[in-house]
Design a protein around this ligand. Structure first.
Ligand code: IFM
Length: 449
């Protein structure tokens, strides 16, 4: 691997911070959702999580001791602007300043994401991401965060996985705010991307880099039949092209708008597209698995709560690949495929893998070790794909493992562990897993620089 490659670990505010009422933080949609009975598999919430708000210093030292040189964290909007709009909360900014400074003191480069899903609850009460005004409020908050931290944070991502915010948050309701709005979830896509564009326009400055973290995935047809290929087109449209095309080419995919009956609504938003397509310094790719789909086998009852408006009866197909505890099929070549797809759309654009990792049910041995061989194999295979691409001259600039440590896995609560560091939630003790020990050893063999 060439020197200068970024090796990082990622987390997100609500998943690790806890301290939900500290320093004037306001409530987010995830506080509300997680406290609503029946929404979270194990009935838990992020009130305490990994106590990262108190323990960030030791966590960043641990990250540096693993040999990693970058930390991707997210900034909680309700810490900076507690009610979603208005002035900056100095205590909230100070927390992220101390966090970024702790990174720098440990030789770790901070990468900040401005929105990893914790929308202030008052903005949801005013319509959330279905309301165009939320995009402007996001820009205003982002300016405050950037103005307050841009001397210590030089790498910025606007949104994390807007597909999840729109289609899990407003499509099937699996994520906060838990709404099931059918094809209107596409309005959330547009307002999220508009928020991204407004923000880039307002914060871009010399000497820093700005991007977005998406979760694109290779979508395969189960067979070569025209019906299965059409199913793959539809899902590829919703998952990938609905984000990549406006960002990189300044247009929405006409077939997706037609499938979902949204053509005329989007026609009225055309003027926003140049803003959304403003140049990026990089795209972050969060990759976990590919998807294989087959054609509808009958009529659907409509509307249904779905992540695939207009294509609700397209089914996912089990191709026999091994799966992680999330049920996600493992295929490291899918990482190459999706990076190459994006590279073809934007050949010069630097790419990062901003998340990659796997959940498995860890157990602690009698001597306190966590021998997570499955996770280790998963990470090793995906890192090998990255290293091969870099050796071929591909513009891949970094790899961030998801996650630095076990944390609150959204609607799964604490029942899914993705960390390379084990967290004992009763004591908050951190223990580096075998996957983390392997990564440390692997990084110790990289050329310096
Ligand atoms: O935990 C999430 C993260 O917040 C966003 N990307 C996928 C991860 C695993 O589900």
């Amino acid at each position: 691997m060439t020197s200068g490659f970024t090796w990082g670990a990622a987390t997100a505010s609500y998943q690790v911070e806890g301290a939900v009422s500290a320093d004037g933080r306001g409530p987010s949609i995830w506080d509300t959702f997680a406290h609503t009975p029946g929404k979270i598999a194990d009935g838990t919430n992020g009130d305490v999580a990994d106590e990262h708000h108190q323990r960030f210093g030791e966590d960043i030292r641990m990250l540096a001791e693993l040999g990693l040189n970058a930390y991707r964290f997210s900034i909680a909007w309700p810490r900076i602007v507690p009610s979603g709009s208005g002035a900056a909360n100095a205590a909230g900014l100070d927390f992220y300043r101390r966090l970024a400074e702790a990174c720098l003191e440990n030789g770790v480069t901070p990468y900040a994401t401005l929105y990893h899903w914790d929308l202030p609850q008052p903005l949801e009460d005013a319509g959330g991401w279905l309301n165009r005004d939320t995009a402007e409020r996001f820009r205003d908050y982002a300016v405050l965060a950037h103005d307050g931290l841009s001397d210590v944070v030089k790498h910025w991502m606007t949104l994390n996985e807007p597909w999840c915010s729109a289609f899990l948050g407003y499509g099937n309701g699996e994520h906060a705010p838990g709404r099931t709005e059918g094809a209107d979830a596409l309005k959330a896509v547009h307002h999220l991307l508009l928020g991204h564009g407004l923000t880039l326009d307002a914060i871009r400055s010399e000497g820093s880099s700005y991007g977005i973290a998406l979760n694109p995935a290779p979508i395969h047809a189960a067979t070569d039949s025209p019906a299965d290929r059409d199913a793959a087109r539809r899902i590829d449209g919703l998952r990938n092209r609905m984000f990549l095309e406006p960002l990189l080419s300044g247009r929405y995919p006409a077939d997706v708008l037609e499938d979902t009956g949204m053509t005329s609504w989007f026609a009225a938003q055309e003027a926003d597209l140049p803003l959304i397509a403003a140049p990026l310094d990089f795209i972050g790719v969060n990759y976990y698995c590919p998807t294989t789909v087959a054609a509808p086998d009958g009529p659907i009852s409509s509307p249904v709560a779905s992540t695939q408006p207009g294509s609700e009866n397209v089914v996912a197909v089990d191709t026999g690949l091994p799966r992680t505890q999330m049920g996600w099929p493992i295929q490291a070549t899918g990482l190459r495929d999706i990076l190459v797809t994006i590279n073809k759309l934007a050949p010069e654009l630097p790419l990062y893998v901003t998340e990659n990792g796997a959940a498995y049910p860890d157990s602690v041995t009698a001597d306190g070790a966590i021998e997570d061989d499955d996770r280790l194999d998963y990470i090793k295979q995906h890192i090998a794909v990255c290293e091969d691409l870099v050796a071929e001259g591909f513009p891949l600039k970094g790899y961030f493992v998801w996650s630095l440590m076990d944390n609150y896995e959204w609607s799964w609560g604490y029942s899914r562990r993705f960390g390379i560091v084990y967290v004992d939630y009763a004591t908050q003790a951190r223990t580096v897993k075998k996957s983390g020990r392997w990564l440390k050893d692997h990084l110790s063999r990289q050329p310096a620089g």
